[in-house]
Design a protein around this ligand. Structure first.
Ligand code: SF4
Length: 234
């Protein structure tokens, strides 16, 4: 079951998102997330965003960005990737997590896009979810970074941070997405993932969040309820 802990207004959440964005900018100006980088470098090509998002599962951003760049240099589109040799693809994308399996998946995706969608990645979540290895997060990433359509991709960073903040109390990223879609103003949807993935890498890290320096600590449930105890215990 999903619960919004505190009924924070869209305006309050807008300020939270803006403050997180500012903190990320100060901490690391020139370092976009892998998906933003791929979206920028390919003019938001939905096919490349789709393939890169699949590569990004359980893989660090710099590894994803480098693997995507090698792959698209050799196979720039669905047509070329659909006929690629799987072993060559695996070699190009290594060391992303599960690279052998992903090599087969991305080739299969390219073939489906070519055969069933006339080479054009669909821009609707329902169609994207029919594709192999595409769950809600990937589908929403394609919408945001490929089509610039408002959606909220929820990965582990977004899920963890909004639970720590106390904006949601949810068990899964899917539940978090449903809650955030309900409470966050639509104008903030496009930026939310990029801001909070970076915020999660730099400030609200999975282990050792930098709470004392965090610009959101005055609005954070974790900081209020758990952080002082942690400090006293250490
Ligand atoms: S105060 Fe700590 S737990 Fe809360 S958002 Fe900031 S870094 Fe994360």
């Amino acid at each position: 079951m999903t619960l919004a802990l505190s009924r924070r207004s869209p305006q309050t959440l807008h300020r939270i998102i803006k403050d997180a964005a500012r903190a990320v900018k100060i901490a690391r100006k020139e370092d976009p997330t892998a998906l933003q980088k791929i979206s920028d470098s390919s003019d938001g090509d939905p096919f490349r965003v789709l393939i890169s998002t699949v590569l990004s599962h359980r893989t660090k951003d710099p590894t994803t960005a480098a693997a995507s760049s090698r792959l698209f240099t050799a196979f720039p589109d669905a047509l070329s990737l659909s006929t690629a040799n799987v072993r060559t693809v695996a070699r190009l994308i290594r060391p992303v997590g599960f690279y052998r399996k992903k090599a087969k998946t991305v080739k299969r995706l390219a073939k489906i896009i070519l055969d069933e969608y006339q080479g054009v990645v669909p821009g609707e979540v329902e169609e994207l979810l029919k594709l192999p290895s595409v769950g809600r997060k990937t589908a929403n990433c394609v919408l945001v970074f490929g089509f610039r359509k408002p959606a909220i991709p929820v990965d582990t960073h977004v899920h963890r941070i909004f639970n720590r903040l106390g904006v949601v109390e949810t068990k899964t990223p899917e539940e978090t997405e449903m809650e955030l879609v309900r409470v966050v103003d639509r104008r903030d949807w496009l930026d939310l993932n990029d801001v909070f993935v970076k915020f999660g890498q730099l400030v609200c890290r999975p282990i050792g969040p930098k709470c004392s320096a965090c610009p959101l600590n005055d609005r954070c449930r974790y900081y209020r309820e758990y952080y002082p105890k942690k400090i006293h215990a250490s």
